[in-house]
Write a protein of this length. Structure first.
Length: 311
């Protein structure tokens, strides 16, 4: 058993002993998809220069879902069939059941706390944040009538548009720069009720853009129209964006890559977020055939500060 497993197990035991009536954190394990593609990711852009923020644009009155449907672009996506698990009509693909389990755990949690805007993050690049965010959004809209908005807020290493097979611009950075309204940046793909805001063009100061107040404005405007808003974030350890993004969300789900994320780095990631925002951990990329029922651990403490073992 790896160090992270031992630590997470200890945390789970201590947390279980101390929990009382608290909402249970979500824990899920996602296997490596059978035909995982070894995609080469673009180099992240860590340029620190900050542009002057233009004034907040006025994008008009609030609007209905019908208006959104009518005004946002219907785009013909070409999702990667190897990693976008719910697009090919094959509902029993390896990994889909785990996403359904994750969905039901999130719904259970939502009975006890506000949970609509969910940040998906992890310590480092290539741990599966985008994979989890995209498939989670897909499994959410597989339930009849549920609507999800997926936002690529990784302005440094955007990848979701590649996985979904669509364009990256205009997107979030254009919105945050005040150049486009929400209708111009939101895409409607082939899956009913799944909407997507790509990252937009590469910018020199992602952290400043994310913090300029417009993302909060955007979320406020569209929140009521969706059952879930799933935000894909940059890695939490090297840059500050994920912590900023978390301030706009109701919950943070941390992805840990099986046999890859070092425990001390996972622990550092956990410390980047307020206790009350942490809703759980996804152990991603477990080996095919692993019996992970014996490794069903929780990493996080509760808002009352209990369950400190994983810190
Ligand atoms: N469970 C999984 N099964 C198969 N491929 C995966 C899995 N998790 C991640 N990948 C793949 O690994 C690569 C890195 O994942 P990605 O989600 O882009 O990481 P991050 O967003 O954390 O940088 C991508 O090619 C992705 O499709
Ligand atoms: Mg990513």
């Amino acid at each position: 058993m790896s160090r992270i497993h031992e630590a997470l197990k200890k945390a789970e035991e201590q947390r279980a002993a101390s929990l009382g009536g608290q909402a249970e954190p979500v824990v899920a394990e996602i296997p490596a998809a059978e035909t995982a593609a070894a995609a080469s990711l673009p180099a992240p852009n860590f340029s620190p220069a900050a542009p002057a923020a233009p004034p907040m644009p006025s994008f008009g009155a609030s609007f209905t879902f019908d208006t959104l449907l009518a005004r946002c672009a219907a785009v013909n996506w070409s999702p990667d069939p190897k990693t976008m698990l719910f697009f090919n009509g094959e509902e029993q693909t390896y990994g889909t059941e785990e996403f359904r389990t994750l969905r039901s755990r999130l719904y259970q949690l939502r009975e006890k706390q506000t949970l609509r805007k969910l940040l998906i993050t992890s310590a480092l690049p290539k741990e599966g944040k985008s994979f989890v965010a995209a498939n989670l959004a897909q499994v959410m809209v597989r339930q009849h009538g549920r609507r999800a908005l997926l936002i690529d807020a990784d302005l440094r290493g955007a990848r979701l548009h590649q996985a979904l097979g669509t364009t990256s611009t205009p997107g979030l950075s254009e919105y945050l720069l005040g150049e486009c309204d929400e209708f111009a940046v939101m895409q409607r793909g082939p899956m009913e009720n799944l909407f997507f805001i790509p990252s937009g063009r590469v910018v020199s100061s992602p952290a400043e853009l994310v913090a300029n107040g417009r993302l909060k404005f955007l979320l406020n405007r569209v929140e009521a129209l969706f059952d879930w808003i799933i935000i894909d974030s940059p890695p939490a350890v090297p840059v500050s964006d994920a912590g900023l993004l978390a301030n706009y969300c109701d919950g943070v789900l941390i992805v840990v890559r099986s046999n890859a994320t070092p425990f001390d780095i996972a622990r550092k990631t956990r410390r980047e977020f307020r206790d009350d925002l942490l809703v759980g951990v996804v152990l991603n990329g477990i080996a095919a055939g692993s019996s992970y029922t014996q490794y069903y651990y929780s990493a996080y403490g509760q808002p009352n500060g209990k369950g400190e073992a994983a810190r």
